[in-house]
Every structure is written in C-alpha cells, then in structure tokens.
Design a protein around this ligand. Structure first.
Ligand SMILES: N[C@@H](CCC(=O)N[C@@H](CS)C(=O)NCC(=O)O)C(=O)O
Length: 341
C-alpha cells in the first residue's frame, strides 16, 4: 500500500518535472488576437525611447518591445508605443492599457512587491547623478549644499536625493515637476542649480540642448538604478516570455551572433549554444508558448543586446555612453543571462 503510493507519487513528480508545452497566458492570447504588442515607453529619453520626426520610435527600451513582437508575432514592427510620464506608468500597466512597461524604470522592492507588477529582468544598470550649468563652477555633488535641485515626481530620484543630502548633513531645495519636458525646460533656462535623475537620463537630456558643453554631469553616482521592463502580476507565461526575450538578446551577444550574420551562422554554426538558441536543434519555443525560431527572429529583426546598446547609447550616438557595468559578465560587466536551454 505504502509502496504503491510512493510509486504513484514518483510518477506524479516525474510528470511535473518533465518539460511540457507552456499553457498560453491571457496576455499572450490577447496580443495574438490584437496582432500587436502594446508597449509603455518614455515620452522622450534619447537612447531609451524617443520618436523621430516621422514618428518612428527608437531606443534600447523600444528594442525590448520590438524583440517581444518579433518572438511572439513574428514581426518586430507590430508594436504600438504608448508614451507615459513617470507618474502615469504603473497605473497604465495595472489597468491593462499596456502589455509591457519598458521605460527606464528602476526595479525596487516597493515597486516589485506592492504595485501589482513584476520586473522581468534588468536591461540597463544605471545610477543617479547630478547635472549643473558649467558656469556654476561646481565639480562635486558634495558641494551642492543649499542648492535648488530640479527633480521629477514619482521617481526614485526624488527619494534618493533626499537621502543623499540627509546623509551629508546638508540642506537643499527641491523643485518638483511632473514631466520631463517641464523639468528640462526649467533646468536649462536656469530655474534650478542642479538637475538630478539617472545618469543615462542626464546624458540624454543634454543631447537636446544647443550647447551641450555648457552643462556638466558631476562624477558622483548616488544610488543603484537597475532599469528593466515589467509586466502585470498573475500572468506567469507572459512574464516568462518577456524575461527570456531579454535573456536571448544577451545570450546571442555572448554566443557571438550578429544581426547581419545570423542567417549564415544559423546555416553553418556547429556550436550547440547557437544551434539551440536559433532553433536548429532543440525547440525551446514550445516551453514558452512560442515556435522554434522565436530567438532567431529576435536577432534577425532587432539584433543582440550589444548591438542594441551600441546603436542607441554607445560611442558614436548622441548619448555617447560607455558600456561600463552593462558589459557582459564575461567581459567584466554585470550582464548575465541564465542559459537558454
Ligand atoms: N529610473 C527612475 C527615474 C525614471 C524617470 O522617470 N526619469 C524621468 C527623468 S526626467 C523621466 O524619464 N521622465 C520622462 C517623462 O516623464 O516623460 C525611476 O524609475 O523612477
């Protein structure tokens, strides 16, 4: 009797441990029925998400959504972008107005645990800094005691800046704005002595002014800002798709794939990692509710993480940011994808 029960328990355990095709989640079903991924992005953060004069969106966060569309719908162009300011972003995701929030958003305990959303992965390791007018002749954030500081409502920046001055025993005067447009036009017209937000945001904002050299980004990084996409809680299948699309872009870079050569690599490579990732050998797609070539299409249509970084943020772009902590773990950085297998 006892041994019969043990046998059936073992059979049940074996069943549960055997990979099986994913159950399609309701977001995946809705996205397929609609024929597009609805993606919440920044209204204008050069390098992360901004629309050009023809209304075409580009940036690292934009590429995340295009990659999800390539994996899920077979076409990276099938994305509707919804620009959201800092305060609107979480409500839009909670209310089901967007499928993914991909908008320079910091992963923190409070947001992950209390907003009905979950972060899928980190696509940019950032930190908060300060920008000042060159004519202020300040070379360190520690010399900003008593300064007027522009900051945006509903951001981690607002809280970190309070911690920073409190920890240094200094006072400051914050001037809080609701939108990037308002804060940037205020700061660049002299309303505040300093502007504080993520370092990448500061670099992006500075690209918008006529004389970028008149504005200095101070060296201190006062916080950790791990930025990444998030999805609504309660749809594990969709969560897994967005997460593994992000990881596939990293794994593709690590495996030496490129957008331009992926077709040749697919036809010729004998590397088991490449064959698996591109769907030449195993079918990892069916475990996610996708097809065999999901990750191949991501690389073919959007590129690897490194290619997206270089195109949108790297040297040669207006943001001109070093890869820094966002290098692969194998190159001394923090970017590490669990194996796509
Ligand atoms: N990473 C921080 C800051 C993100 C953020 O929203 N930064 C502002 C800085 S200006 C921004 O991007 N605003 C654009 C907008 O509201 O349209 C967070 O998640 O709170």
């Amino acid at each position: 009797m006892a041994s019969a029960r043990l046998t059936s328990l073992a059979a049940l355990a074996a069943l549960l441990l055997t990979p099986s095709a994913a159950l399609a989640g309701k977001t995946l079903d809705a996205v397929k029925a609609r024929g597009e991924v609805v993606c919440g992005v920044n209204t204008s953060a050069p390098g992360f998400s901004s629309a050009d004069s023809q209304g075409r969106w580009q940036g690292l966060d934009v590429d995340t959504c295009r990659a999800v569309a390539a994996a899920v719908l077979g076409d990276a162009a099938k994305v509707k972008f919804v620009p959201l300011n800092s305060q609107q972003r979480f409500a839009a995701l909670q209310a089901g107005e967007i499928d993914v929030l991909s908008r320079n958003t910091t992963w923190s305990l409070t947001r992950d645990a209390s907003l009905g959303i979950v972060f899928t992965h980190i696509n940019y390791f950032d930190g908060q800094g300060f920008m000042v007018p060159k004519k202020l002749k300040v070379d360190s954030a520690r010399k900003l005691g008593g300064a007027t500081v522009c900051v945006q409502a509903g951001t981690t920046s607002e809280k970190n800046v309070a911690d920073f001055f409190a920890a240094n025993g200094q006072k400051y005067k914050s001037v809080v704005f609701d939108t990037a447009e308002a804060i940037q036009s205020a700061f660049f017209s002299g309303r505040c002595q300093a502007y504080t937000t993520d370092m990448s945001d500061l670099a992006g904002a500075r690209t918008k002014v006529a004389r970028p050299a008149d504005w200095v980004i101070l060296p201190e990084v006062i916080s950790k800002e791990p930025l990444g996409p998030s999805v609504r809680r309660g749809d594990d299948e969709w969560f897994a798709i967005v997460k593994w699309v992000g990881y596939a872009m990293l794994e593709a870079e690590e495996a030496g794939l490129t957008q331009a050569s992926v077709d040749r690599q697919k036809a010729e490579s004998k590397d088991p990692v490449v064959q698996r990732l591109l769907g030449v050998s195993e079918d990892t797609g069916k475990l996610l509710g996708l097809d065999k070539e999901w990750a191949y299409r991501v690389v073919k249509q959007v590129g690897t993480y490194g290619e997206s970084f270089d195109r949108n943020l790297g040297p040669g772009t207006p943001s001109n940011l070093p890869r820094g902590a966002n290098r692969l773990w194998s190159k001394g950085g923090l970017m590490y994808a669990p194996p796509v297998r």
